[in-house]
Design a protein around this ligand. Structure first.
Ligand SMILES: [Zn+2]
Length: 280
């Protein structure tokens, strides 16, 4: 029951999120004492997610890989954690030559369809959908296990995504812990926001091959964190359980799995910065 415990208590760290800029990847560190949970994912949940999302790839739960098509890859040990890497995939991919000008615009005309590049693109979100579903399963194992552990670090935030089709299909919720909120209270929000936005922008460019301007990170009137991602008012805001110390957050209008992954990258940078500050 980690998910809620972090609201008002300092609980031993079960997992950490982290960001790797090059190559762009979301890093997940799982406390070594809990790695055994990954050997036994819920088969009903796997079957349900595979059916809903029409995955053709197998679900792996081996020593080196976890998830659909093994998208969560073990990279090694780091202190008391086992480190996993989730590479940020491309959603926007080249799909052939321009069907309108058939390449002629490169020589003598302007083609609005292909911007005179003779290339067309399609969105293939299968890989990022497999990442979402794999993290949904993995984080549920870590968030809801009753296994007691010890750790030198404390859990700074928890997060639980879902993976569905249609509106709000990339939703998530979580807890900002008492320790994280205390740190946020005294940190430079401008510096933090710049770091979070830079990483989310890098993630977005990798996913969609385009820059986006609608990234915002701010503390609202009562000092609570809001993260905005491109889309239709997509982001993470306080919502649900609120205590004086920690509070719950949830997404709104996180319709796509790539918005979800981008928001997870924002949380990963938040985790990195808070962890560094805690270690000083
Ligand atoms: Zn064209």
């Amino acid at each position: 029951m980690l998910y809620f415990e972090a609201l008002e208590q300092a609980v031993p760290c079960r997992y950490e999120l982290s960001w790797q800029a090059e190559p762009p990847a979301l890093i997940l560190r799982v406390n070594r004492q809990l790695v055994f949970l990954l050997e036994n994912p819920d088969q009903d949940e796997i079957a349900e997610l595979a059916k809903v999302n029409e995955f053709k790839n197998d679900f792996l739960a081996t020593a080196d890989s976890f998830g659909f098509d093994g998208v969560v890859k073990k990279v090694g040990l780091k202190g008391e954690f086992v480190e996993y890497e989730i590479e940020i995939p491309r959603v926007k991919k080249e799909s052939g030559t321009c069907p309108i000008c058939r390449g002629a615009s490169k020589f003598f005309a302007v083609c609005a369809y292909c911007n005179s590049t003779d290339k067309t693109y399609k969105h293939d979100e299968n890989k990022v959908r497999m990442i979402s579903a794999s993290l949904t399963i993995l984080l549920r194992l870590l968030n809801w296990s009753d296994q007691e552990i010890k750790s030198k670090s404390i859990q700074l935030l928890t997060v639980q995504p879902i993976t569905a089709l249609g509106a709000n299909g990339g939703s998530m919720s979580g807890i900002y812990s008492k320790s994280l909120v205390a740190w946020l209270d005294k940190t430079d929000i401008f510096e933090l926001s710049q770091a979070m936005i830079a990483a989310m922008q890098t993630c977005w460019i990798q996913l969609l091959q385009e820059t986006a301007t609608k990234f915002f990170v701010s503390l609202n009137g009562d000092g609570k964190l809001s993260i905005t991602c491109p889309g239709n008012s997509c982001g993470l805001d306080p919502g649900g359980l609120q205590t004086k110390q920690g509070y719950e957050f949830s997404s709104h209008n996180a319709d796509s799995v790539w918005q979800q992954l981008t928001l997870l990258v924002g949380l990963a940078v938040l985790y990195d910065q808070a962890r560094q500050a805690n270690q000083k």
